[in-house]
Design a protein around this ligand. Structure first.
Ligand SMILES: Cc1cc2nc3c(=O)[nH]c(=O)nc-3n(C[C@H](O)[C@H](O)[C@H](O)COP(=O)(O)O)c2cc1C
Length: 220
């Protein structure tokens, strides 16, 4: 399985070669992989900023635990969740579904109302938590796509979201920085690439629950 080989190859890159850039063709492939990510109900209530600009990344580095990846990588992806669930976003999704699948709006309205009702049942804290979980699935697709393209990447939570929101002017747009990822090409001197992967054993990580056979089906 190629995917497993790719997942063995990738690692959270600590040191990028600042002189190597990801091509536009590959960027488009990574964007498509992100676009194809799963999301709850398919709503995709987030936005992804792709930052190449050196000045902006220099500003972001001190509020990213001074991690060198921010400025040395080719591009910085900033995954921003919507801060609120608005009925308009659900309506937009229903309209898009109607257009894409050529289904009358009237046939989809009930589903839209169902989504609105289920999301309204959540407390504000639960909604925020739910909104902030969605972009992680997109980050996962970015990592998988990069590994197939032999592009290095580092998912990152070591940054100050409030400062990102301020520097990038996100709060006024109803967005919040949730998680980020840097992509580019590893520097030969990055020793992390030689380290064996630290992973729990499958015994610890998985538990297989066997199906219990009902008494009536057991032959005497
Ligand atoms: C949500 C998340 C946040 C992370 N934040 C950082 C970070 O700020 N800096 C960093 O160097 N690595 C970060 N990592 C990388 C992890 O430490 C790394 O994925 C983990 O140790 C497994 O190693 P591997 O990715 O090399 O296999 C993060 C990973 C995830 C999933």
């Amino acid at each position: 399985m190629e995917l497993l080989k790719n997942l063995e190859w990738r690692y959270a890159t600590k040191k990028f070669d600042p002189n190597r850039k990801v091509s536009q063709t590959n960027l488009e492939k990574i964007k498509r992989a992100i676009q194809l990510s799963v999301s709850s109900y398919g709503l995709q209530l987030y936005k992804v900023l792709i930052i190449e600009n050196k000045n902006i990344r220099e500003q972001l580095k001190p509020v990213s635990w001074n991690q060198n990846q921010i400025t040395d990588a080719s591009h910085l992806f900033v995954f921003c969740n919507y801060t609120k669930i608005n009925d308009d976003d659900i309506d937009d999704f229903i309209r898009l579904t109607s257009q894409t699948r050529n289904i009358e709006m009237a046939k989809l309205e009930g589903y839209g109302e169902f989504i609105k009702m289920k999301l309204a049942e959540k407390s504000e804290a639960e909604q925020t938590n739910w909104l902030e979980r969605q972009p992680y699935l997109a980050v996962s697709n970015l990592l998988i796509a990069c590994s197939e393209l032999e592009i290095d990447a580092c998912p990152m939570e070591g940054f100050e979201p409030d400062k990102y929101n301020e520097i990038l002017g996100l709060t006024e747009k109803g967005l919040n920085t949730c998680v980020i990822a840097t992509i580019g090409y590893r520097d030969d001197s990055d020793r992390s690439q030689d380290l064996p992967k630290v992973r729990k054993s499958t015994d610890l990580l998985f538990e297989e629950i066997e199906q219990k056979v009902p008494e009536s089906l057991v032959s005497s």
